[in-house]
Ligand binder design. Structure first.
Ligand code: DC
Length: 226
């Protein structure tokens, strides 16, 4: 089996895996690829096409027809990268509430996942990639030489979110916030598939810099990534 120079990072929403993935990629000069954007862009196509997200056949057809790509940032508006859906810039649109609410329904269909996973795998197999998601180490790129599963408890994710919102001067309902994170985890439960051979990191007590340092040490210790 070919061993691609790829690092997979899986974990729940809000665990800091995107920040970690982007930083690891920057340090190594690898491509950073967040697979969540594919499910989000497809969901936007579903919503805009007035398609029923629970209609497996319709969503699968859209998945097969949609061209989703990631480019270097095309605008200086705080984005890390530009997401294109069928030639249109959807970088911010895929973060809207309607997408957030619908994405786990559209992402649940096995036939949809098959299409998107094949595209993710093709990108990963090119090598020099840090790929982030829920099932990357277990299903998309099981031959990756370094797999990380980054977990953070709900209580800690709530605490971090409160800090973020407080810094922005926003009102917080802690019960509602905890519930929304719990519901999100519950919805994602079916797609979350940690690899049995992943290195499990609990990030509760670590700063992003500490987690990054740990992962860079795992990279240095991994012969296939040298
Ligand atoms: O990581 P995120 O919040 O951007 O992911 C958006 C949605 O896509 C979320 O509901 C989980 C789903 N997803 C998935 O099913 N498989 C992946 N590899 C990545 C994300």
């Amino acid at each position: 089996m070919t061993i691609p120079r790829v690092i997979t990072i899986d974990g729940p929403a809000g665990s800091g895996k995107s920040t970690l993935g982007a930083n690891v990629a920057m340090h190594l000069g690898f491509l950073y690829f967040d697979t969540g954007i594919m499910y989000r862009a497809l969901t936007l196509a579903v919503i805009e096409g007035n398609c029923d997200p629970s209609d497996a056949e319709a969503v699968t057809t859209l998945a097969a027809q949609s061209v989703i790509s990631v480019q270097a940032p095309t605008q200086n508006d705080g984005r890390q990268y530009t997401i294109m859906l069928n030639g249109r810039d959807v970088t911010w649109d895929i973060r809207q509430q309607s997408v957030e609410k619908t994405v786990s329904i559209a992402a649940a269909h096995p036939s949809v996942r098959q299409i998107l996973r094949a595209r993710q795998r093709a990108i990963g197999m090119q090598g020099n990639v840090v790929m982030v998601g829920r099932d990357i180490g277990s299903i998309v790129l099981p031959e990756a030489p370094l797999k990380i599963f980054l977990d953070v408890t709900i209580a800690e994710r709530v605490r971090r979110r409160i800090n973020e919102l407080t810094a922005r001067g926003e009102q917080i309902d802690v019960t509602q916030l905890t519930e929304s994170i719990r519901i999100r985890d519950e919805r994602d439960r079916h797609v979350m598939q940690p690899a049995v051979d992943a290195i499990y990191i609990n990030g509760d007590n670590d700063t992003p810099e500490q987690t990054l340092a740990s992962v860079l040490q795992f990279v240095a210790d991994c012969p296939a990534l040298r």
